[in-house]
Ligand binder design. Structure first.
Ligand SMILES: [Zn+2]
Length: 477
């Protein structure tokens, strides 16, 4: 049986997110936006670009004129809720999007079938038994096994790192290990969520708790993926809040005994049917050449997955809707894709690569938004120097909304598989200062996103997609 989470998949997701976050931290330096200035001035001397300036300005104006994108995002996330792979919510959301895309006038609208893993959280709780009795807030980590009836009870050993546990291995036997590792960056800290259960079990622990992976907390536990190792016993694995991790650290430092009972009904069901959502504007001159843009439509089963990543999906989708609204037909095909199962399997991204493998030579560019549609500053691009130069020039058309910066290095988990086959790729870069406050929590709602920022994200994706699709020359590889 194939394991639902390959560690390779988990690493690729993490490293892509890390790229965004590292680059996103610079975004706080972005200047304040001037919402009035939405028409590009001629800012580039590149003659091939001149003919696209008016269209870019029209797309920016259309995106910025109202809150249509935010409204659609709110409708989607309020109506269908969180969308974990295998859930009815996810498939109902996809059904609705397909109908709406058709109503928007997009072409070749379809759901491309994908078999996805199906993990169900069930009821779960963590009860502190000693030194005082109280129920603590938790979220089981995705993919965890359940505890069985009655739960797992034991003494807690708080550790600060893998090395710390290695040094205290004898103490861990028969206990519940708590990884109290402060957030440095997502990439540096998430290893305790993904590998904590395996490493704790190797030391003989009966369950694993991890301090939520985030820089700030209002008592918000964060879920996410984890992996098991076939050679190590599987133990339950759940996230506690930063507050409770720090409290248990203080208790241990005082020499107090900490006892808890963890109860989790989590279970695995057989793989389920899902779909990658696809809609297009077919190109007038080179219909077989495709520019792909999108995000992932699945989410964790908490909050409403507005930031991660319904916002990215809607930003890409709205870019195409606005082109339709403006009566624009590009020379090449522009295709919005909403990948399924990014969060706990990457099956949608891999299925897209496999289903379109023979067309990948004609995939001109792939772009993804999966860092939250906060205030965009530009794109991180991965491809040849010649292509980077052109994308950098196109970015100048976005100077009026301050989202034109193009930097080296970027992509996304969902376009990763086709980028690995040589397709140039780029990921939307945004102000990342608050993303990990809400990431994979019950607080991921549309209110965390500003309608103005969502509109800018739409415009930023639209302008790049439009110019690459409509320019005379093919973007070089
Ligand atoms: Zn995401």
């Amino acid at each position: 049986m194939t394991r639902p989470f390959s560690s390779r998949g988990a690493i690729s997701m993490v490293s892509f997110i890390l790229l965004f976050v590292l680059s996103g931290t610079h975004s706080s330096m972005a200047r304040q936006a001037n919402p009035e200035a939405v028409s590009p001035e001629p800012s580039s001397s590149a003659s091939w670009l001149a003919e696209h300036q008016a269209t870019a300005a029209a797309l920016i104006d259309a995106a910025m004129k109202d809150s249509a994108a935010w409204d659609r995002l709110a409708y989607l996330t309020d109506t269908f809720g969180p969308r974990l792979s295998g859930s009815t919510n996810l498939e109902r959301a996809i059904d609705w999007i397909l109908e709406e895309m058709k109503a928007d006038g997009l072409e070749n609208v379809r759901g491309e079938p994908v078999k996805v893993p199906h993990w169900v959280r069930g009821d779960e709780k963590l009860v502190l038994l000693e030194p005082h009795e109280r129920e603590l807030g938790i979220l089981g980590i995705g993919g965890s096994i359940g505890t069985g009836p009655g739960g797992v009870s034991g003494e807690v050993l708080v550790v600060s790192s893998f090395d710390d546990l290695a040094a205290r291995k004898e103490e861990a036997k028969g206990k519940i290990v708590l990884w109290n590792v402060p957030f440095k960056s997502y990439g540096l800290t998430v290893a305790y969520r993904t590998n904590g259960a395996v490493r704790a079990a190797e030391a003989g622990a009966i369950a694993s708790l991890v301090r939520s992976v985030g820089p700030f907390s209002m008592y918000t536990p964060h879920t996410g993926t984890s992996s098991y190792d076939d050679n190590v016993p599987r133990i339950p694995h759940a996230a506690v809040t930063i507050e409770d991790a720090m409290m248990m650290q203080r208790m241990q430092d005082r020499g107090h005994t900490i006892r808890v009972r963890l109860e989790m009904d989590a279970l695995w069901l057989p793989d389920a049917d899902s779909r990658n959502v696809v809609g297009e504007i077919v190109g007038s001159e080179y219909p077989d050449e495709v520019i792909v843009l999108g995000g992932h439509i699945d989410s964790w089963d908490v909050g409403t997955g507005a930031m991660d990543d319904a916002g990215g999906c809607v930003a890409a989708w709205e870019a195409l809707r606005l082109m339709k609204e403006l009566g624009l037909t590009p020379k090449r095909t522009i295709r919005v894709v909403m990948w399924t199962n990014e969060e706990n399997g990457l099956r949608g991204a891999n299925a897209y690569r496999d289903a379109h493998f023979d067309e990948l030579d004609n995939h001109i560019l792939a772009m993804e938004s999966d860092a939250g549609v906060f205030k965009p500053i530009g794109f991180g691009f991965t491809g040849s120097d010649a292509a980077f130069d052109m994308i950098t020039q196109i970015g100048k058309l976005l100077d009026p909304i301050e989202s034109g910066l193009v930097t080296r290095g970027g992509g996304g988990a969902d376009i990763g598989p086709i980028m690995a086959e040589g397709v140039p790729g780029m990921g939307l870069r945004v102000d990342g200062s608050r993303y990990f406050w809400y990431h994979h929590t019950n607080a991921d709602y549309v209110d965390k996103l500003d309608p103005d920022h969502v509109a800018r994200s739409v415009a930023t994706m639209a302008v790049h997609a439009w110019v690459v699709a409509d320019m005379d020359q093919r973007l070089p590889r």
